[in-house]
Write a protein that binds this ligand. Sequence first.
Ligand SMILES: C[S@@+](CC[C@H](N)C(=O)[O-])C[C@H]1O[C@@H](n2cnc3c(N)ncnc32)[C@H](O)[C@@H]1O
Ligand SMILES: [Zn+2]
Length: 144
Amino acid sequence: MRRIAVRHSPVHGRGLFALTQISEGDRIIEYKGRRVSWESSEAVDHSHTFLFGLDNGQVVDGAQGGNSARWINHSCEPNAEVQEEEDRLFVTALRTIEAGTELSIDYGLQVDVRKTKALKKLYECRCRARACRGTMLQLRSGKS
Ligand SMILES: C[S@@+](CC[C@H](N)C(=O)[O-])C[C@H]1O[C@@H](n2cnc3c(N)ncnc32)[C@H](O)[C@@H]1O
Ligand SMILES: [Zn+2]
């Protein structure tokens, strides 16, 4: 039986949803896509990103040759995370996820420039979590 499906999301566009209960620690799906360098990914619209960095400096671009993992939305209180193993990325459950629940990860987006109000707005988060930080950007404590 299929465990996940792409559906319309109340957070943004399409999202990935659990069809059955998923246990904490379960590997849900591999995040697939074309491997490119950060430089060649720069032309991409980063406020609508499908990019995931690998420890080896490359980037997996889910928009090119990706699978349904590319539809996972961001949450500031995520129920899954992406783990890297031997240059591959796997979406893994952080807790028990009930059937019907949208899967989410914390994108923790990093940018080299100052995180101004305008930039945070560009990356505005609509995850609805109680602890929503308001942006998909990674924020360091008290700094912008
Ligand atoms: C990999 S796509 C996820 C699929 C997306 N929902 C779609 O239909 O294209 C990532 C993009 O979805 C949007 N997104 C994901 N999570 C979001 C959130 N919590 N709040 C606002 N936008 C979000 C952002 O535009 C982000 O760059
Ligand atoms: Zn949020």
